[in-house]
Design a protein around this ligand. Structure first.
Ligand code: AHR
Length: 523
């Protein structure tokens, strides 16, 4: 564990500073950049209006893809993008989305608003988007309502170089070379929208679909079995047992001889009951702490899945993928309930900070995570409204944490962290993690206290530090958010309350704030 927090008794705020030790010369496992991954579903305005506006749009675009959105995501060094769903993936038939656009059949998107999908954004458009972004595609194949044949053909269409039938079809549709595709998901939430299956049934089906998802030429698929909801450890155990020898065996960090290289799970932060999840922007302190409690519970859930996997795979050759995470509130009043459009406040940013610390702590097992979703849906990075584009507080956390991509986790132990609430509902008031890449160290700190500032003093050991530069994401109100009229209500600013003295880094964090400090090591 990176952070070994010793909580004070319940509902306490520490009198003095929160103290900690940061070992700069004890690098741990690599924090994969793929933990900062993304997700784009045919849902509401994520694809249409968000990523894709069509070639005839007056907005700057390339092949219909919005260039302002592309630039904003490139600035985050977006590592991967999952597509086409979500629930949508299990009713998507890829052949409907290739060939001349005006000849593509339409379909009903029954999960999301029951709208008619015209398939104008399909395989070629998605791959072009990934190329523009410099992101690796993560494709989710249809196991719920698709066929093994269809899935097998899609891999061939995407990745085969010779004169095979699917490679020929791809060429007819305008793409000569195959695309490199690594991440290949088989189904989505098979226990629910993906087919209502039992874990045992899905495990068998996954073997079948996995078998016919072939490696063509030099392309090596990283096959991801669709996993559990939240803390459904039975599902994970069934996959570990049911996929048996077909799991794992990565040689090197990502590829292997086994049929499946990873299992996934989903974890959403939902503060209220499903029918009344709560507003994204109007919430009281109690609701705020309930949200953060949910977010902090992820740490235990990750540990639970990892423990099940350890029992079957002590060498950790199988990856754990959290391919959907984020806040889920009621939709914005007046918007289509099937479109899952919600605003994004400083509260969402703190949820993201807490998630990333937990991800870093589980870097040994967790190989990828994908926030749901990138544009205009749930905990989005970007909100668009016609030609307007707004970066959310969550976007800024991704930006400020960029230094953790592919860096080595550092052990960081904190003492004297206060807590709010009791027992099951307790929230630890400070969250932190750190990593190192060469001579650069990044420390992330979140003060979850709704009302009080906190001082954090870190004893830096193992290397001399030349410089410390900090950034702060804060706002007077927890519900602060960005809109087209006020796009910079929440944005990073220099962290001025920062001191480096006698090997101790002291930082003052305002109430409800997120901060990063970059240390440059000497020598
Ligand atoms: O992200 C929205 C939906 O949440 C996804 O389509 C589904 O997988 C999950 O239930």
């Amino acid at each position: 564990m990176t952070v070994n927090q010793e909580s004070a008794p319940a509902t306490t705020t520490p009198d003095g500073p929160v103290r900690g030790v940061l070992d700069l010369d004890l690098p741990g496992p690599t924090i994969s950049r793929h933990l900062y991954g993304h997700f784009a579903e045919h849902l509401g305005r994520c694809i249409y209006g968000g990523f894709f506006v069509g070639e005839d749009s007056p907005l700057p675009n390339e092949g219909g893809i919005r260039l302002d959105v592309v630039e904003a995501l490139k600035a985050l060094a977006i590592p991967n993008l999952r597509w086409p769903g979500g629930c949508f993936a299990d009713e998507y038939h890829w052949r409907d989305g290739v060939g001349p656009r005006d000849q593509r059949p339409t379909m009903v998107n029954s999960h999301w608003g029951d709208v008619v999908e015209d398939n104008s954004f399909g395989t070629h458009e998605f791959m072009a988007l990934c190329e523009l972004l410099g992101a690796e595609p993560y494709v989710s194949a249809n196991v719920g309502s698709g066929t093994v044949h269809e899935t097998s053909d899609w891999v061939e269409y995407l990745t085969r170089a010779d004169d095979s039938p699917m490679a020929r079809l791809r060429r007819q549709n305008g793409r000569e070379e195959p695309w490199p595709v690594t991440y290949w998901g088989l189904g989505n939430e098979p226990w629910g929208c993906g087919g209502g299956m039992r874990a045992e049934f899905y495990a068998d089906l996954a073997r079948q679909f996995g078998t016919y998802s072939r490696d063509h030429g030099d392309n090596r698929l990283y096959r991801i079995a669709a996993g559990a909801a939240d803390a459904d450890y039975h599902w994970t155990e069934t996959l570990m047992r049911g996929l048996g020898h077909q799991l794992g065996g990565r040689s090197g960090p990502r590829h292997g001889s086994g049929l499946y290289q990873a299992v996934s799970f989903h974890y959403y932060t939902v503060p209220g009951p499903w029918q009344h999840k709560g507003s994204a922007t109007e919430f009281d302190t109690e609701e705020y702490y309930r949200t953060l409690h949910q977010a902090q519970r992820l740490r235990g859930t990750l540990a639970g899945h990892a423990a099940v996997m350890d029992a079957y795979d002590p060498q950790r050759t199988v990856g754990l993928v959290l391919d959907e995470w984020g806040t889920w509130f009621d939709v914005e009043p007046g918007t289509n309930p099937g479109f899952l459009f919600q605003q994004n406040t400083l509260r969402d940013a703190l949820v993201a900070g807490v998630h990333f610390d937990a991800f870093h702590d589980h870097a040994e097992r967790l190989v990828m995570a994908n926030i749901a979703q990138t544009v205009n849906v749930l905990q989005a990075m970007i909100l668009t409204d016609g030609e307007a584009m707004v970066l959310t507080p969550t976007y800024h956390v991704f930006a400020m944490n960029q230094g953790h991509h592919d860096a080595a986790r550092l052990p960081l132990a904190l003492r004297g962290v206060g807590s709010r609430g009791e027992g099951e509902a307790a929230v630890e008031l400070v969250s932190a993690s750190a990593s190192r890449k060469g001579s650069s160290v990044l420390v992330s700190l979140t003060n979850l206290d709704a009302d009080e500032p906190v001082t954090v003093a870190l004893d830096l050991r193992g290397a001399g530090v030349g410089e410390a530069v900090g950034q702060l994401l804060a706002a007077p109100r927890l519900s602060a958010h960005n809109t087209p009229e006020a796009p910079e209500s929440v944005r990073p600013a220099p962290l001025t309350d920062l001191r480096l003295e006698d090997g101790t880094l002291t930082v003052q964090l305002p109430a409800h704030s997120f901060a990063t400090v970059q240390l440059t090591l000497q020598g």
